[in-house]
Ligand binder design. Structure first.
Ligand SMILES: [Zn+2]
Length: 204
């Protein structure tokens, strides 16, 4: 905790004063252009690898970057998506998975989910990842099987995202584009799912 409090002191002393006018504007409204759906993993820091700041990304995070479609009850992810699309009118929705994802590791080895009844139920949402598994990539080394499933999960959750009524509606009105990304922690690079080629390609 001490580290966090020290960080906050530094923010108030060094960062905030120089950006006071920006925060003055942001204090009363936001107009982010991107909805960003990613995993809760502490190593995934979009502000760092995308160079974004306050007001840029509307973010929802959960274990395994899931977009549930089967839950009868309302959940935090789909409610957040609906608000982003209908109220904030974001232009882009990015679904971002990442290498070494613990949620997908647990999906490959259910033993890791013993004594985790909530996580086990939550991860039933990623089972569709198997149907979209991507070709093994030798660059992923020993993690190639896991990485192929993680990429498959990006494709599966991207479909779930598009199945959200608000998203489907916005796409039909040509005011929203969806993107499926894979972020590699080791190299820092992002791959994007290419719909036509049906595979992941470097973002640029
Ligand atoms: Zn993860």
């Amino acid at each position: 905790m001490e580290r966090l409090i020290e960080g906050h002191k530094r923010f108030l002393a060094k960062v905030f004063p120089g950006r006071r006018s920006q925060f003055h504007l942001l204090a009363e409204m936001q107009a982010p252009e991107c909805l960003f759906i990613t995993c809760s993993d502490s190593r995934v820091v979009p502000e760092l690898f995308l160079g974004t700041g306050p007001g840029d990304l509307f973010i929802t995070r959960n274990a395994g970057n899931v977009v549930p479609v089967t839950s009868a009850d309302v959940d935090g992810v789909t409610a957040t998506i609906e608000y982003a699309v209908e109220v904030l009118r974001v232009k882009h929705a990015i679904l971002c998975g990442h290498s070494d994802c613990g949620a997908m590791k647990a999906e490959l080895d259910h033993k890791l989910l013993e004594n985790l009844p909530k996580a086990r139920r939550w991860l039933s949402h990623v089972e569709a990842a198997y149907a979209h598994r991507q070709p093994l990539n030798s660059a992923d080394g020993d993690s190639a099987e896991l990485a192929s499933l993680i990429r498959g999960n990006v494709v599966a959750q991207l479909q779930n995202l598009r199945a959200q009524p608000s998203v489907a509606h916005a796409i039909a009105e040509s005011r929203l584009t969806t993107h499926g990304w894979y972020y590699d922690i080791l190299t820092g690079r992002i791959e994007q799912y290419d719909e036509d080629a049906q595979r992941f390609l470097p973002l640029f």
